[in-house]
Design a protein around this ligand. Structure first.
Ligand code: ATP
Length: 231
């Protein structure tokens, strides 16, 4: 295990956002490189020495260590338990992913994000203490199906399985009508958050503003109500 990075991480102030990524598969590497590009300090780890050196060579992180995350002592020694957020990016090795998540939880890390590769894996990760579980293949499939069937939905943020914030193209039949005319809240159960104008969003728009064909609007509401929009 290369411990040269440890002094640096131990010296970081507590209120800095520090991330540790365990597992350098495609998912872990993309998390690492994006955090690194955004200027965050990331400690990347993997059991495979080659993946660790590759991460350093390709500069997707400035700090990387080889360790077996199923060994709690190795995680402790690497200072992983002192991180604010640990991302367990081991999707294809369910046992290793569960044991690692449990270790990190027992080590007292306040925020654990874990990658699942199946629904059962998802459930197990929650049971052993993951605060947030991502299931990228499933999420990407749902997103693709939505885009194919509802191309007017430009962007979507799922608040929970039943409620979302969506950016949609203003439906044709809304063109020329004011927000007050349409009574989005009464008729559709939706709250309008913003309307686009000349490429910029106007937040909490004036109720007498008229919708224009081709512009975008952002609404919040339950998915059933969002599906009732004539888009
Ligand atoms: P893919 O790369 O196929 O998209 P993924 O990103 O979920 O999938 P995995 O195939 O699950 O990645 O591999 C994640 C990484 O976890 C691998 O580089 C593997 O070496 C590493 N790994 C597996 N077991 C351990 C362990 N016990 N400790 C640390 N790292 C591990």
């Amino acid at each position: 295990m290369n411990l040269s990075s440890l002094g640096f991480f131990r010296s970081l102030r507590k209120d800095n956002s520090q991330f540790a990524v365990i597992g350098l598969g495609r998912f872990g590497r993309s998390v690492c490189s994006t955090l690194h590009k955004f200027g965050y300090e990331v400690l990347a780890t993997d059991i495979d020495e080659k993946r660790v050196s590759q991460a350093l060579t390709e500069q997707i992180t400035s700090h990387a260590l080889q360790l077996d995350s199923t060994e709690s002592a190795a995680l402790k020694e690497a200072g992983i338990f002192e991180f604010d957020t640990v991302i367990v990016a081991i999707g294809n090795y369910v046992q290793e992913s569960i044991v690692t998540t449990l270790n990190v939880k027992e080590g007292g890390v306040p925020h654990i994000v874990a990658k699942a590769s199946s629904e059962v894996h998802c459930k197990l990760l929650h049971k052993v203490g993951a605060d947030h579980v991502v299931f990228p293949e499933y999420e990407a499939g749902c997103a693709l199906a939505r885009t194919l069937t509802k191309p007017s939905i430009l962007d979507r943020f799922d608040l929970d399985p039943d409620n979302s914030i969506v950016e949609v193209i203003v439906p044709d039949e809304f063109h020329g009508k004011t927000i007050a005319d349409l009574q989005l809240r009464n008729r559709y159960g939706l709250n309008l958050l913003a309307v686009s104008q000349d490429g910029k969003f106007q937040i909490n728009p004036d109720p007498y503003k008229r919708f224009e064909r081709g512009s975008a609007m952002v609404v919040i509401g339950c998915n059933k109500d969002i599906n009732k929009l004539p888009i």
